[in-house]
Design a protein around this ligand. Sequence first.
Ligand code: SF4
Length: 276
Amino acid sequence: MPKKDVDKLKFPLKGKYVAMLAPSFIIKFPYPSIISQLKKLGFEKIVELTFGAKLVNREYHKLLKKTSELVIASPCPGIVELINKNFPQYKKNLAKIDSPMIAMGKICKKTYPNYKTIFISPCNYKKQEAKKSKYVDFVIDYAELENLFKKFKIKHSGKKVYFDKFYNDYTKIYPIAGGMAKTAHLKGVINKNEIKSIDGAQKVIKFLTKPDKKIRFLDVLFCNGGCVGGPCIISKLSLRQKKQKVLNYLKLAKTEDIPEVKKGLLCKAKDIRFSH
Ligand code: SF4
């Protein structure tokens, strides 16, 4: 069995590493404590994936504006694999747009050129996706991170710390089913009844087997509830409670007084291509 990324790395990390957190982290780890906990684990820089999601949204916006063909969202590697294996007739419809993880990897490699990027993930599918990219060096999942905190006795702290850069608020709902369609500003681009959000592999299979021809944009996620239902989020919380945690995090983010330099500004992603 190939070695897991978490076992290839030596913790506490020594050297230049940037942690890229998916916003679903909030279900398992408290904010802002998670940032100082990751610093204690040796990460020099810590960013959130939400700025990457914002740039991915802009690509979908552009694509949907120029095509009348069905577009299937591709940020979820579980969906990409399902289509490639079982529904090859839809391969052409998968958007050739980066996932927020890859987009953020590109942004981090430009901003922090000598750093290794480590994505902190709610699922194993992301580990496979990262292996195909030069922008994400390692992936560790939430369960692995929790074990590392336990191993090194890194506890929560009440200290107020910020992400290093690229703080973005409205795309924090990306891990909730339909989060992309809700945040991609599609009003005026396509009609509401041409968009369908589906979460859960069985429901996706059902749709693809008997598609509704009027749908032009399929915002799909493999796990029930979206990434909030990701398999590496080991929690007793119900899906509704997990979703609520993400929504509370968004609410908090909107009231936070974040210094301008910490925000995700479009100029920071200038000249980076997020489609392929
Ligand atoms: S929906 Fe599930 S499989 Fe897809 S990216 Fe999210 S956690 Fe991973």
